[in-house]
Design a protein around this ligand. Sequence first.
Ligand SMILES: Nc1ncnc2c1ncn2[C@@H]1O[C@H](COP(=O)(O)OP(=O)(O)OP(=O)(O)O)[C@@H](O)[C@H]1O
Ligand SMILES: [Mg+2]
Length: 312
Amino acid sequence: MLQALRSFLSRRRRPGIDMLVPRRAPPGPPKIDVSRVGHGFGVGPKRVVALKDVDISVHHGEFVCLLGPSGCGKSTLLYALAGHLEPTGGSISIDGVQVRGPGPDRLLLFQDPALFPWLTVRQNLIFALRARGLSRSAAEARARAYVSLVGLDAFLDALPHQLSGGMRMRVQLARALAMDPAVLLMDEPFAALDAHTRSQMHLLLQRIWIRDRKTVVFVTHDVREALTLGDRVVVMAARPGRVLHDLEVRLPRPRDPDDEALVLMSRRIRAELAGADAAGAERRREEEATHARTSAPGGAGAGPPAGLGAPG
Ligand SMILES: Nc1ncnc2c1ncn2[C@@H]1O[C@H](COP(=O)(O)OP(=O)(O)OP(=O)(O)O)[C@@H](O)[C@H]1O
Ligand SMILES: [Mg+2]
């Protein structure tokens, strides 16, 4: 009893500390397995190591946020998961099968809702569903159901230009969910929305996720967005793009981004990111100094700076 009280009090004193813990993988094989993935763009001294030795496993029904500063390889990793980009090293498998290109089991969502401007909301969904082989009546029923799920019943017959940015995003979400992919891949989908619409989208996405438990990989550079949405936050750093921490968020849903514990957690993660940034800048200064010394006349010769070679 005393023990339980102590533990409760210590949790009260440190909100946000016990609720953000290193991730422990559940038993069983993962749905997505990213193993020692590396990716380099370009060749020679200009080569950019977008990803280096990235290991991430995602289990069925997890909501994972990839969080990190600009250029840390979040989109590169997401496109590799989608099969739009073949990493130069390592392997990615889904349900034990190596990813070799795009597939209907994965759907990628961007900031740009990419709706056909000449088709109504209903027709946009029906078009996508018919392309997946649904009959006209099945597509019609499914389109209605998913437009309703995102609260746009009154806009079934509206054209995209008659909708606000947030509404277009909801249509994109409805279309993606209607296709029922096993994995949803989202690349900063709400970044262009105003703060209010964005938090509405956060609530909607959480509500739908609680209902459907889709496997989601969501890219963001916004710490609070990651903590509001993710079961897990994979914190990445740049140059080379790599995983710093894989954390489990144990906050109840639906989450409020202004929640005290969440704000504390976000401070902790920001401090980690700032530390990684400072360490990276220091390392680059040292690399540049070494490079300048070795490429000076009589030096050891010019070559790519240390750490910018091909990923393993
Ligand atoms: N097609 C490309 N050609 C050359 N370099 C690229 C290409 N795409 C990305 N890069 C480089 O790879 C690194 C990772 O890029 P990526 O787009 O994955 O970052 P990101 O984390 O998504 O950044 P942001 O938050 O700005 O979207 C960056 O240094 C970027 O300049
Ligand atoms: Mg990106």
